[in-house]
Design a protein around this ligand. Structure first.
Ligand SMILES: NC(=O)C1=CN([C@@H]2O[C@H](COP(=O)(O)OP(=O)(O)OC[C@H]3O[C@@H](n4cnc5c(N)ncnc54)[C@H](OP(=O)(O)O)[C@@H]3O)[C@@H](O)[C@H]2O)C=CC1
Ligand SMILES: CC(C)(CO)C(=O)C(=O)O
Length: 323
């Protein structure tokens, strides 16, 4: 909506929402833009392949899906739409998400987009309750000229900028992503596991007993990874959606029976913690619980099927994935 309002031609690839998006569009109830009815992107396709065939090549491919490397790697999703002159914008949470992109597309310009936005799709209505506070910057790819990557990131930031979001260009991508992880790694994960929103989490005691200790661990990992976040970031993140019983996106995933982004939100951070020797008792438990929940979702979504008779450890049974 923001890009199209600024004059960009937006080609959307939609999966379960294809029919509704193409025909009537989404309703947007936004704290920034008010009520927008029947928003339809310039073009809507079912697959990236069709989109590329009819509208490509593109200046930018903007990825706003969940980042679930254990099920649908995002680099595969865009395979048929990628062209060497196309910059990829990862408007997603998490740290280390550029690594698989550079592996798949070694000459790519990959732009980081990090936003505090608090926005949820319910049926055909997007409820947007937190002002869009967004910044873009290039994940610098050492194989191609740095200036071009910076220019592309600035071009995208200008394309997205409006009086509400005041989109920022910020080259300190690593800092920005770790700062956001303080929220997502501790709050998204705890709300998802406990199935309560941020307001209830605080009122039921989870903020003090789980979130604050988890945040301290993430803070320590970021420090060991060379990022000096201000100490008050933890309290600021806890207070960032005051006044709302907000369900973080990972909790919404659980409630909709969707896969969660636990790998890019905690898994990668914990790999870094291990390398650097940082103890992470709370975050490791959160991550392990989310892994079990992911397997539960895989079974519910028929990605795996277990034998009727429970195998024993001595059987060395290996789970097979259907997709
Ligand atoms: N929600 C929020 O407030 C915030 C979210 N984020 C981050 O932004 C990213 C997106 O989150 P969010 O908007 O909440 O995610 P949602 O789950 O609400 O939306 C993701 C959309 O991507 C679609 N999708 C997934 N895979 C494909 C595919 N292969 N082809 C076509 N469409 C696909 C899904 O469609 P389908 O229905 O078919 O599955 C769904 O409509 C995440 O990384 C999240 O962490 C960051 C800040 C705030
Ligand atoms: C911080 C927050 C809650 C909103 O931007 C978010 O990132 C999410 O819901 O995943």
């Amino acid at each position: 909506y923001t890009l199209q309002s600024n004059g960009a031609v937006v080609t959307a690839v939609a999966r379960s929402s294809y029919d509704v998006l193409k025909k009537d569009g989404f309703t947007i109830e936004s704290c920034d833009y008010g009520k927008v009815e029947n928003f339809v992107p310039s073009h809507v396709y079912k697959t990236a392949e069709e989109a590329m065939k009819e509208q490509g090549p593109f200046n930018f491919i903007v990825i706003t899906t969940k980042n679930i490397p254990d099920v649908y790697p995002v680099e595969k999703m865009i395979e048929s739409a990628y062209n060497k002159d196309t910059a990829i914008v990862l408007l997603e949470n998490g740290v280390g998400i550029e690594r698989s992109m550079f592996k798949a597309y070694p000459d790519a310009t990959v732009i980081s987009g990090v936003t505090m936005i608090s926005s949820t799709l319910y049926d055909t209505t997007i409820k947007h309750v937190g002002p869009d506070n967004v910044s873009f910057g290039a994940f610098i790819n050492p194989s191609i000229p740095k200036e071009n990557q910076i220019l592309k990131a600035k071009e995208f930031q200008k394309l997205y900028y409006n009086e509400f979001n005041k989109a920022k260009y910020d080259e300190n991508v690593k800092f920005i992503r770790w700062r956001k992880l303080i929220y997502n790694g501790a709050i998204n994960t705890t709300c998802a596991i406990t199935n309560v929103d941020v307001g209830r989490l605080e009122m039921f005691g989870g903020m003090d007993k789980i979130v604050r200790p988890a945040m301290k661990e993430i803070f320590a990992i970021s420090k060991a990874d060379g990022v000096n976040l201000p100490e008050d970031i933890m309290e600021n993140m806890i207070r960032s959606d005051d006044g709302e019983y907000y369900p973080p996106s990972m909790l919404v995933d659980i409630r909709k029976g969707q896969y969660t982004e636990y790998k890019i939100i905690l898994g990668t951070a914990l790999e870094i913690a291990k390398e650097k020797g940082i103890p992470t008792p709370v975050c490791s438990i959160l991550c392990d619980l989310l892994e079990v929940i992911q397997m539960r979702t895989m079974e519910a979504r028929n990605r795996i099927e277990l034998p009727e008779k429970r195998p024993l450890p001595a059987d060395n049974y290996k789970i097979e994935y259907k997709y």
